[in-house]
Design a binder for this molecule. Structure first.
Ligand code: DOR
Ligand code: ZN
Ligand code: ZN
Length: 354
């Protein structure tokens, strides 16, 4: 069965500064193995991507290493208001952190939230990490400044119900849900392990997870929030939050399709059509993923391309598997092997001028 290449609008590549966790080579290999042919990379690297120079160096790493197509997002900082807007054409989106998570991009000052929401071009995507009460603030910013706002990784019943109400009132918000907020809950923490279960937003209650399924029509995108940290870090003293997700997401969706919990159309709408529209992404000609929807197999970190070396889905029985991926007419993945060379992936935004 042939489906379009997936678009993942929420991926952490870790380069620069966190290459021991992931880099543009391993991260985009993982993408292809998961049927993802285009992704947006988040800016909470070291240093964060917040200006022309840091954008340039992230794009240079991507250009030399990426196996799939991509854009690099810019981080909203307290000092980069004018710079940010001028870089809009060359970035995937502006990412604004209203709450604390991995990295240093959290904005504490409400004026910064207001200024960025007002200043960032309404025709360029704005994504927010906002949980609970800050999510309500993010929705208000969309309404007050009359601009689209994309709400990352929704995980709570209250959040999805508020988003439904906001959409019903015509407020221009869209949202995404991660596989770990659809397929895992607090009930899985003992088997995953306490430190390894750290993720932001946290794993939610079974009731919250049910709310995602009950409100599927409100969910615009599925996004992995692929956030690799090494197994040693996850097992250590101060485990950083985040799960790898690129290679397990499509198998989880296909398994849900095999169980009648999702349709193929649900998956393609949320993994291709909607992300392309929301983030203004180009079509990829002659790009598709061949899947065997019936193959049942066991997922294991031992067979993944991500550098992080673990998965919260170790030993999961999956039904449905990626057999090959074709990117712009070239077979780039087949039967568990990457066939592309680093640098095959293209920046889907215009090149940053010298
Ligand atoms: O769990 C998370 N990890 N949530 C985030 O928002 C950031 C991410 C990361 O970069 O590790
Ligand atoms: Zn986030
Ligand atoms: Zn993230």
């Amino acid at each position: 069965m042939r489906i379009p290449g997936l678009i993942d609008p929420h991926v952490h590549m870790r380069e620069p500064g966190g290459e021991h966790k992931e880099d543009w080579d391993t991260g985009t290999r993982a993408a292809l193995a998961g049927g993802v042919t285009m992704l947006l990379a988040m800016p909470n690297t070291r240093p964060s991507v917040t200006d022309r120079e840091t954008l340039r160096s992230a794009l240079a790493a991507a250009a030399s290493k990426a196996h799939c197509d991509y854009a690099q997002n810019l981080g909203a900082g307290s000092g980069n208001l004018m710079d940010a807007a001028s870089l809009a054409p060359y970035t995937g989106a502006l990412k604004m952190y209203l709450d604390q998570t991995f990295g240093t991009l959290k904005l504490d000052n409400m004026y910064d939230w207001m200024r960025h929401a007002r200043n960032w071009p309404a025709g360029s995507p704005l994504c927010v990490h906002a949980e609970g009460p800050s999510l309500a603030t993010a929705i208000l910013l969309a309404q007050v400044y009359n601009r689209p706002v994309h709400l990352c990784h929704i995980s709570l019943r209250s959040e999805i119900e508020l988003i439904r109400a906001a959409k019903e009132r015509g407020i221009p918000v869209t949202c995404e849900v991660t596989p770990h907020h659809l397929f895992l809950s607090t009930a899985d923490i003992p088997s995953i392990g306490l430190g390894r279960s750290e993720v932001r937003p946290r794993l939610s209650s079974p009731n919250d997870v049910q709310a995602m399924w009950d409100n599927l029509d409100v969910i615009d995108c599925f996004a992995t929030d692929h956030a690799p940290h090494t197994l040693a870090e996850k097992n250590g003293e101060n485990p950083p939050p985040g799960f790898p997700g690129l290679e397990s997401a499509l198998p989880l969706y296909l398994t849900a399709v095999s169980q009648g919990r999702l349709t193929m159309d649900d998956v393609i709408t949320r993994c291709v059509t909607n992300p392309r529209r929301i983030f203004h992404l180009p079509e990829q000609p002659e790009t598709y993923v061949e899947i065997d929807p019936a193959e049942t197999w066991t997922f294991s970190a031992a067979n993944t391309f991500t550098r992080c070396g673990w998965t919260p889905y170790e030993g999961y029985r999956m039904t449905g598997r990626v057999t090959s991926v074709t990117l712009r007419g070239r077979v780039v993945y087949k039967d568990g092997k990457i066939l592309s060379t680093p640098g095959t992936g293209r920046n889907i935004r215009p090149a940053l001028p010298e």
